[in-house]
Design a protein. Structure first.
Length: 265
């Protein structure tokens, strides 16, 4: 395939990922990773690195796509700066650890773990579990540990971490607005540190395709960034038209299919 054809396919993938992210109200990573694994497979990229390449590329896109959201929340004052700073060291160290864990896993094992994670998320959506609000925030040590866990899991699977950060902050006493805003801010250091680390650990890998630097595929990065943000707005508009409970179950079913596919692959 020519570079133009490959870029066009990634522009289309970004449009799909953005629309679904806006429609279902989730971070794009949980959608981008499986779509990229499928796309890389069609291009004949070695299955041993498709998961690593998809996760690294997903994190790189989150740096750009998440920046707008984080900046918007920051300007509205919905980022709890003290909690963000308490989480930050753990987020960064955890992201590095998550990448090194992924680097030491085979593509098959990493894909299976991703499938299990997606199934757990689908189950949570079906059951309708919501975080129990708390009133007392934990100390800096507990915050750092929580940041490390969130950073490691997020970098391991190429997501922004909102599915974990929002419930944690809610238990710490944050309002939902603060939890969402602070979670958006937390996604940036996770994505930035994770993406850079994936480039470093993948540097010089003989299985890498053209246009890749370490485990970041640049045509995919460009295409997804270019179209996911504007199409996310379309998804948001659709979400206000379609019934919420139908959306939740449809997305949970989609996640279940994706999860089973990865586990059985």
């Amino acid at each position: 395939m020519t570079f133009a054809a490959i870029l066009a396919s990634y522009l289309a993938l970004g449009a799909v990922a953005g629309t679904m992210a806006g429609l279902f109200g989730v971070g794009g990573g949980i959608i981008i990773v499986p779509v990229l694994v499928f796309a890389f497979g069609l291009q004949g990229i070695s299955p041993e690195i498709t998961m690593h390449l998809a996760v690294g590329t997903s994190l790189a896109t989150i740096v750009i796509t998440g920046a707008s959201s984080a900046l918007g929340h920051f300007r509205k004052g919905s980022v709890h700066r003290a909690w963000f700073m308490a989480l930050l060291p753990g987020l960064m160290l955890g992201a590095i650890a998550g990448v090194f864990i992924a680097d030491n896993l085979s593509g098959t094992v990493l894909g299976t773990l991703f499938g299990v994670f997606v199934l757990l998320l689908a189950t949570k959506m079906v059951i309708g579990l919501t975080p129990k609000p708390g009133t007392i925030a934990p100390g800096k040590v507990a915050m750092s540990i929580a940041g490390g866990v969130v950073g490691a899991i997020s970098a391991l699977f190429g997501i922004g971490g909102g599915a974990m950060t929002v419930p944690w902050l809610s238990r710490c006493g944050a309002t939902m607005t603060q939890a969402v805003g602070t979670s958006a801010a937390c996604g940036l250091p996770i994505a930035a540190v994770g993406a850079v680390t994936f480039i470093v650990v993948g540097w010089g890998n003989p299985l890498l395709p053209h246009w890749a630097t370490g485990f970041v595929m640049w045509p995919a990065f460009i295409g997804i960034v270019a179209t996911s943000v504007p199409f996310a707005r379309i998804g948001v508009r659709l979400a206000h038209v379609l019934p919420a409970h139908v959306l939740r179950f449809c997305f949970a079913a989609l996640l279940a299919v994706v999860g089973v596919r990865f586990i059985l692959a």
